[in-house]
Design a protein around this ligand. Structure first.
Ligand code: AQP
Length: 326
């Protein structure tokens, strides 16, 4: 299967991004042709600092590799370096109804979050994402729940393009983990954990052990004492139980049993230990990669060359089918 996915170079990659997306990438790269990008063009739709953008991109590449993405197995590159993404996005815009874009949840949420910057890029975000996926003729798109609607939109555009211009694109499917497809904020468990929120609300992959402990101990939990999974009545504890269960590879029921008769404090302390231990090798690998600048840039250079060849082939076909000169 051809797999495509990406992350924006905004904020710090957190355990939500890891459990929803990157963890899947790592198992998928073993048996599939994987294309993983750093989607810098998407990041321009929210307020950002142009002076630190390149730094943020390198940081994300290092995070991918430190978390286990293997540049020998997967193609890793920066979206804006392959110009075909914007070209295909424009062409797909011409077959995309505006009404479909206006009903996207992320557009509605981000328009509220960034009230002073509701730009057309924010509205057209899913079209660029469709281009990112279709350019490589991907069949599977590993993402968290928040992005599933955009993959559905990609399928709609693929179908529309195929019926108008002839079979060109597969209809890609979102690949979501059974657990962890929507990790919630530590400070407000009714909201998704987000890179662009307050750092207290998320655990970054490279947070220091003392910060991880502080954040988990201070995380918003519910009234009562029992460590029981109940998303409606106990969203905070349920979120922490989900994280604990995935990182320890234990069913939630076993963890509930383990903490029966104990309070939230004991549970949080134990969770902090689990998270610190799980992320330890990531921190070590990050440190090593920070001192290997040439190697890091080489990964992106090689990735760009491989991605570009694939993108050019698709665009040649697309231009011909749409009646443009190729
Ligand atoms: N809380 C989450 N739980 C599980 N998966 C998540 N993802 C994001 N948040 C969670 C998945 O991570 C990937 C990266 O997403 P992105 O960088 O394109 O932006 P996003 O979906 O908007 O993620 P963030 O963290 O909320 O970033 P900002 O704050 O910059 O918008 C995607 O696969 C996403 O589903």
């Amino acid at each position: 299967m051809r797999i495509v996915s990406g992350i924006q170079p905004t904020g710090n990659i957190h355990i939500g991004n890891y459990l929803g997306a990157i963890k899947q990438w790592i198992s998928l790269q073993e048996k599939n042709e994987c294309v993983f990008m750093i989607v810098d063009l998407h990041a321009l739709t929210a307020p950002y600092d142009q002076k630190t953008l390149q730094e943020k991109i390198t940081e994300k590449l290092i995070a991918y590799v430190a978390a286990g993405v293997d540049p020998e197995k997967a193609i890793i590159f920066v979206q804006s370096e392959v110009k075909e993404h914007t070209e295909l996005a424009w062409l797909l815009n011409t077959i995309c109804p505006v009404g479909e874009l206006e009903r996207m949840t992320q557009y509605k949420d981000k328009s509220k979050k960034f009230k002073d910057n509701v730009n057309a890029g924010l509205l057209n975000y899913p079209v660029l994402m469709a281009a990112d996926i279709l350019l490589y003729k991907a069949e599977g798109v590993p993402v968290g729940k928040d992005q599933a609607q955009h993959v559905e939109m990609t399928r709609t555009l693929a179908k529309k393009f195929n019926s108008k211009f002839g079979k060109t694109f597969p209809e890609p499917k979102e690949l979501m983990p059974e657990f962890g497809s929507k990790i919630m904020s530590l400070t407000d468990p009714k909201k998704k954990m987000s890179k662009s929120d307050d750092p207290k609300s998320y655990i970054s992959l490279f947070d220091l052990p003392e910060d991880i402990e502080k954040k988990i101990m201070a995380s918003e939990t519910d009234s009562g004492k029992a460590v029981i999974f109940n998303v409606t009545k106990k969203p905070g504890i349920s979120n922490l139980l989900t994280i604990y269960s995935i990182l320890e590879g234990k069913p939630i029921s076993a963890i509930e049993k383990q903490f029966k008769g104990k309070g939230y404090g004991d549970f949080k302390k134990s969770l902090a230990k689990t998270v610190i231990n799980y992320l330890e090798p990531f921190r070590r690998k990050q440190k090593e990669l920070l001192s290997r600048e040439v190697y890091v840039q080489e990964i992106l250079k090689k990735g760009k060359a491989r991605a570009k060849t694939m993108a050019e082939t698709t665009m040649q076909e697309v231009r011909e089918k749409m009646g443009l000169s190729s």
